[in-house]
Design a protein around this ligand. Structure first.
Ligand code: FDA
Length: 389
């Protein structure tokens, strides 16, 4: 064997895992398809990398097995990663909701991972076209760029197919299936939703944003929503999109900060005001006008019955959108689904039926919310695996 472990994919999870295993004395080879490692890290967080979230907990992740991520997340916490960032002298700040970003650039995170790999003597090769991967008696054989590499362990860290123009693909799933591991159907997540039919009117409000509470299934997110020329985006919608399924309704509360019976109280206080006027006090002008029009309530509030006001408030607090789809993997920040957690040990990320084979990061059916949770999963699953190699 030339190496103890071959890691396929030099992204967040692969590099972190390689550094951990290398620093434990393992001989590690990383094979990366792109001409450089960590490309998604570089574009993340608007170039500043939202590298973790202080509140990261199992509840912030989607998976067919919601308990799977618990062990790895508990053993490698946001504070552990922050300590590493600080040891490398990288200045950081908390933007909002526990989201930590570099003050400078995401390049610092990639440089930190490379320095950690170097400290572990990791051999990193870019521009690698993996032609075949096979199981042999004592491990795995990988053919890439005309060379044959052998190792006792193989780690799948090639991520998911979101943003294919960066070279992302379903390679991890093909490999998993080759070795008989089940894959939970991958779907775009943290992705804008598209509107058609009756909702198409809202596309005319492209560029308008408002603080809302978006609900998909049982999940609720209170952040900004943005209307786009295709439909809905913004943090509240991206978060809800991970839980939304085709054919389902997405509900938006346009008045999340206002007390119940707000409309009736406004009628008592300002009977001459129109619906559009009072909505304008809390929502952007164009959105207020469109909502008032769609409610079909024109004229002063005093002319609107109490019953109609109650119904209007109900609609404004749970406006039903019927998205006709998502903007797909091309625009999805992550992929939900992936290599089934039922196939893996939650302690080590090793395949239960194939000792020596591991899968980490986004390739696995564990998907975080928006806000640094996905990187925290990459670090935590990479650590769990790196310690087991
Ligand atoms: P990742 O995609 O990082 O790495 C996989 C690697 O494998 C890549 O380098 C790829 O080139 C390589 N590869 C693929 N196929 C291969 C093959 N056949 N052979 C060899 N190598 C192959 N998350 C977060 O927590 N905070 C944030 O701020 C952001 N921001 C963000 C912005 C944008 C625009 C996107 C698209 C995504 C984010 N994310 C994020 C999500 C985050 O980037 C993602 O969850 C992690 O990068 C996943 O880490 P992995 O290492 O699993 O995959």
């Amino acid at each position: 064997m030339d190496h103890d472990a071959i890691i396929l994919g030099g992204g967040a999870a692969g590099l972190f895992c390689a550094a951990v295993a290398g620093q434990r004395g393992r001989r590690v080879l990383v094979l990366e398809k792109a001409d450089a490692v960590g490309k998604k890290i570089l574009i993340s967080g608007g170039g500043r990398c939202n590298f973790t979230n202080l509140g990261a907990a199992p509840e912030n992740y989607l998976s067919a097995n919601r308990h799977f991520a618990k062990s790895a997340l508990a053993r490698y916490t946001p504070r552990d990663f922050l300590d590493l960032v600080e040891r490398h002298g990288i200045a950081w700040h908390e933007k909002t909701l526990g989201q930590l970003f570099c003050d400078g650039s995401a390049k610092q995170i990639v440089a930190m991972l490379l320095a950690e790999c170097e400290a572990g003597g990791v051999d990193i090769r870019t521009g690698q076209e993996i032609v075949s991967v096979a199981r042999v008696d004592a491990g795995f054989v990988v053919e890439a760029n005309g060379e044959t590499h052998r190792a006792a362990a193989l780690v799948i860290a090639t991520g998911g197919p979101s943003i294919p123009k960066m070279g992302a693909s379903g390679f991890a799933y093909d490999l998993a299936r080759q070795f008989g591991l089940k894959v939970v159907e991958p779907r775009p997540a943290l992705v804008p939703l598209t509107l058609g039919g009756e909702d198409v009117l809202f596309r005319e409000l492209s560029g308008v944003s408002a603080p809302v509470e978006a609900t998909a299934g049982k999940a609720k997110f209170r952040e900004a929503a943005l209307l786009t020329h295709k439909g809905l985006s913004g943090p509240a919608i991206l978060q809800a999109s991970s839980y939304w399924r085709h054919g389902e309704v997405l509900r938006i509360d346009f008045l999340p900060d206002l007390p119940p019976d707000w409309l009736s109280e406004r009628k008592a206080k300002t009977p001459q005001a129109s619906m559009a006027q009072i909505l304008r006090e809390h929502l952007p002008e164009r959105l207020a006008v469109t909502l008032a029009e769609r409610l079909g309530l024109s004229g002063p509030l005093q002319g609107i019955s109490e019953r109609a006001l109650v119904q209007a408030e109900e609609r404004l607090r749970g406006w039903q959108f019927h998205p006709n789809g998502t903007e797909g993997f091309a625009k999805a920040e992550v992929t939900a689904g992936g290599i089934s957690t039922a196939e893996l040990s939650s302690q080590t990320m090793e395949a239960k039926k194939l000792p020596g084979l591991f899968a980490i990061g986004e390739a696995v059916d564990v998907t975080g919310w928006l806000g640094g949770y996905n990187f925290q999963w990459a670090w935590a699953s990479g650590q769990a695996c790196g310690e087991a190699l």
